[in-house]
Structure formats: C-alpha cells, structure tokens
Design a protein around this ligand. Structure first.
Ligand SMILES: Nc1nc2c(ncn2[C@@H]2O[C@H](COP(=O)(O)OP(=O)(O)OP(=O)(O)O)[C@@H](O)[C@H]2O)c(=O)[nH]1
Length: 345
C-alpha cells in the first residue's frame, strides 16, 4: 500500500471510529427512552423508540461494513421521525427537536454523500425544525411531570449538542492533521523519503535564504548513481528501486540539519552542504562512499557507485546557476570514468 493510501485510510478509519462512538451513545439513549416513555404511559412513543434502537443497530452494522453514507442517511431518517413524533405528542418544550440540528451538521460533513443530497437532507431538517418551533399544533398531550420540563429541555440541548460538538471538533482536528500530512507528502519523495525537487526549488529560491542561515556561501553537490540503467536491466526495476532506497537511506544517515538531501530526478540527487571548504566537503563525500562500499549491496554482484559534481553557491549567485555549475562538474565526473568527484572551478 502506498503512503498516500495508508494516510487516506487512517483518516477514514478515525472518522468511522468517531461516528461509531456517537452511534453507540444514541442507541443507549433510545433504549433508555423506551422505558421512560413507557413509564409516563406514552406507549406509542415507547414503541417508536424500539424501532429507533433497531435503526441505530442497523446503522452501526452499516458503519462496521464501511457503508458510512447509508448509515448516516438511515440515522437521519430516524432522527427526523423521532423528533417530529415527540414534538407533535408533547410539544417542543421537551426539546427533542434540537436533534434535527445535530444530525444536519453531521450529515453535511460526510463526503461520501453527494453534496446536493446532503444539502437537501439538511434543509429538510431545518425546515422541519422551523415548522415545529413556529406553528402551534393541536392535540398536544399534557406532559405528566411539568416541573421536569425545563430539566428535560436543558438535557436535550446538551445531549443533542455534545455529540455534534464532539464530531465537528474531531473532524476539524482530522482535517488539520490531513493538511499537515499532505504538506509533508508534497515536500517528500514517496520512494526514498528524501525532499523532492519541488520543495527544494521553493525553499532554496527564497530571497533571504542566506540571511536565515547567516552564511556567505555553501556547497551544492550533484550525485548520480553510475550505470543505473544496467542495474535496472540486469536485476529488474524493483531491485533498482531498492538500490534507490538504500542509497537514500545512507544520505539520510549522513545528513543533519541544516544540510539537505534532495531527490533531484530518477537516480540523481542534490545536496546542499553547509561546509566551509573543499577539504571538509571531500570528507563528507568520502563518508558517503565508504558507507556505500560497506553496505551489503556492494558485496552482491551488484556494484553501486556514485559520481559527484561539486560547486560553491555564493550569496550573490542564484540557486539555478549554482546547480548548473554542479551539473557541469558531474558531467565531467561521468565523462572521465565515473565513481569520482569533480569540483567546478
Ligand atoms: N528502478 C528505477 N529506475 C529509475 C527510476 N527513475 C529513473 N530510473 C531509471 O534510471 C535510468 C537512468 O539511466 P541513464 O540516464 O541512462 O543513466 P545511467 O544508466 O545511470 O548512466 P550514467 O548516469 O551515464 O552512469 C533509466 O533506465 C531510468 O528508467 C526509479 O524511480 N526507479
């Protein structure tokens, strides 16, 4: 499974887990209402709540089978019928109509329901709410415990509001998290985990880049795997990918902030190294080649070597110019036999 799919599924799973919690909470609530309405002799509402519990149980089953949209639409229907039934029986003083708001909000944030259908459901909920609070309905029954009315009303405000706040706050957190994950994904190369070229160009073309590091010059190094096509042809593309991952792993081990390792193209890499002179940069390149030689891949028939081109990037030079110098030096390394370092004069 690719990184992207993995992230997408983890977000979906979190969402389903949240909806599951809300659904279990509602199922228990309706089960309690069966007894409450039976106790106050509103038997038809008690019977209706049996159906509600069945609805929530089916909803939970749909959720566990990944049918989130179906589950939410069923639940939406249940909430509509239940709120209207209770409000038309005892009036709106009990506060059961507030659930229409809660489910409308939860329904709207579900992306698998087409937007027009979500809006249609939400508008239906709001219109029903508006009708219930605006018009007086005949034959409203007398609630047997009038002193309890304010408490039940207040409880329903809280009980309908809390899952809505919980669901919306969690979805907000998830969307912040997924945005952050997307930002990281957009700046990284999926195969190697190194920074990608787009990130490098955006970051390194920043006008006050040198000021932010308080530097006058740094080195840019172009590195390219030698005869990589042969590796692919001989050992297969998958093994070629392994080699790219292994080589990149070595770079990641060698590079510490603020140094940067970037996958520039297929088997080509760019480093930005905050070293002072050619002597220290050479030590740095030697470390990379030694680690590569010591790695298992070099002991297989698969001999992996790198060619390097090094150029100095001065404060008053633009980034593309420094890269083109490093590229020319790399070309010279390739031309003169590979597996070597050339410094741009
Ligand atoms: N496995 C794999 N191969 C890639 C990837 N990206 C590019 N390549 C291959 O890298 C090879 C690069 O070949 P060339 O540009 O001819 O370079 P080379 O064979 O390394 O030869 P020199 O650079 O001259 O030493 C091509 O065969 C590409 O298909 C990748 O992500 N995975």
């Amino acid at each position: 499974m690719s990184i992207q799919n993995h992230d997408f599924f983890s977000i979906e799973q979190k969402k389903v887990a949240i909806l599951n919690k809300v659904a279990w909470y509602c199922l228990y609530l309706h089960a309690a209402l069966i007894f409450f309405f039976a106790y106050i002799e509103a038997y038809w509402l008690s019977g209706l709540n049996v159906l509600s519990v069945i609805c929530w149980a089916v909803g939970l089953n749909l959720l566990s089978n990944g049918k989130v949209a179906n589950a939410l639409q069923l639940i939406c229907f249940e909430v509509l019928v239940h709120s209207v039934a209770v409000s038309l029986t005892f009036g709106i003083e009990l506060g059961f109509h507030y659930y229409l708001w809660a489910i409308a909000c939860i329904l709207l944030v579900e992306q698998t329901i087409p937007i027009f259908r979500s809006i249609a459901f939400a508008v239906t909920m709001m219109l029903t709410f508006g009708i219930l609070v605006t018009f007086e309905f005949p034959n409203i029954s007398y609630f047997p415990y009038p002193k309890l009315l304010p408490f039940i009303h207040f409880s329903n405000v809280l009980i309908s509001g809390l899952p809505m706040i919980f669901a919306l706050a969690s979805l907000r957190e998830m969307s912040i998290q997924s945005r952050e994950e997307l930002t990281v994904m957009a700046s990284k190369d999926a195969l190697t985990g190194l920074h990608n070229r787009r990130f490098a160009q955006k970051h390194l073309n920043c006008p006050n880049w040198f000021e932010s590091y308080n530097k006058e010059a740094v080195f840019v190094v172009m590195a390219d795997i030698d005869h990589f096509k042969r590796i692919n042809d001989r050992f297969g593309h998958e093994r070629g990918d392994d080699v790219l991952r292994i080589v990149s792993g070595i770079f990641i081990d060698c590079f510490e902030q603020p140094n940067l390792a970037i996958r520039w193209g297929g088997e080509e890499f760019l480093f930005v190294v905050h070293e002072e002179n050619e002597h220290t940069i050479q030590r740095f390149i030697d470390l990379i080649t030694t680690l590569l030689e010591q790695h298992n891949i070099s002991r297989e028939q698969l001999k992996v070597t790198l060619s390097f081109g090094v150029a100095k990037w001065h404060k008053n030079m633009n980034f593309e110019t420094a890269v083109s110098y490093a590229d020319q030096a790399l070309y010279e390394s390739k031309r003169s036999g590979r597996d070597r370092v050339t410094y741009f004069d």
